[in-house]
Design a protein around this ligand. Sequence first.
Ligand code: SF4
Length: 398
Amino acid sequence: MDTKAFKRSLNQSDRYHRKGFGHEVEVAETLNSEYQSNLIQTIRNNNYVLQKGAVTIKLAESFGFCWGVERAVAMAYETRQHFPTETIWITNEIIHNPSVNQRLQEMNVGFIEVIDGKKDFSVVNIGDVVILPAFGASVAEMQLLNDRGCTIVDTTCPWVSKVWNSVEKHKKKDYTSIIHGKYNHEETIATSSFANKYLIVLNMAQAQYVSNYMLNGGDKAEFLDKFHNAYSQGFNPDIDLERIGVANQTTMLKSETEAIGKLFEKTLLKKYGPVEFDNHFMSFNTICDATQERQDAMLNLVEEDLSLMIVIGGFNSSNTTHLQEIAIEKGFKSYHIDSVERLLSKNAIEHKPLIKGIQIDENWLPEGPITVGVTSGASTPDKVVEDIIQKIFELKES
Ligand code: SF4
């Protein structure tokens, strides 16, 4: 399909909106009152440190709501205001934060249900308004909603659109897009829908496997089995890895994305030599600034002398999980939680370790004076961070 032509025609439609509706000021006031925090602003002004009783809180110097998330949430609020009586749907969580999604539900914005692994669009009718989330939607979804006569409010972050543009450039030259991402993450599903041929690699280990296959060949059946669900229909590793372009999910670990890009660059240089190299490899920097800043701030924070780390964000939030990875890699006792309710008591915390389900740990809060490092993912409102910090103070004093 000519995805470029489809997007162009969508852009020209009166039923497609990529900007707000002129209610910015009222919406900004509402968002401030619902999601901002005076306490967090005070800590920011105090060089990211706050001490109370036996607890010192050290905040990462970059954390929480990013520009793209703020924009998407504001557009969703504006949509409700602009279409007060219409039925409004959102194709997914607007962002990966339970409190924000719940607030939208209270505003009577419906979420498309997933039944047996598929989104059930049968509830969407002609004339309904449908919001696309910050991490975008697949071409097939956009097409379906457009064909059904819906009004589409597209909050896709421009950083994500930038990745789609890269994939379009790969496609134009008939290159295969190798996408560093999670094959079942909404953003990567959307990104891959713009590619003709693609392969999704999760991490360096998978990238090395692919690199080795490019240089030395291997067992094709094993390859296809290993990347099951992570390649385009008809993908053939013996043919489709000769010319590649690298792209990424915007919220992956920056250092890993860079290393994977370099690995493929070296691989193709080795395979085809410097003269032919340019006809086999394309790469554009599409790591999002906000992800980069939050990871850099986390790398600084874990250099401090901390008793423990609290990483706050939705459990399905990719960028939050990578912040947690940095803490774990550094050897910290680090708890990934999504709300204050996870701090069950002074002795018990409910949290999600990496690659495991939610569990309860005991004796998480050390005795005596402690320093707690705190950060939050790009979809976490400051208000959630404030509630958690206040609760830590309270539990320590009790
Ligand atoms: S994390 Fe980056 S890509 Fe994602 S919404 Fe925020 S600014 Fe956009």
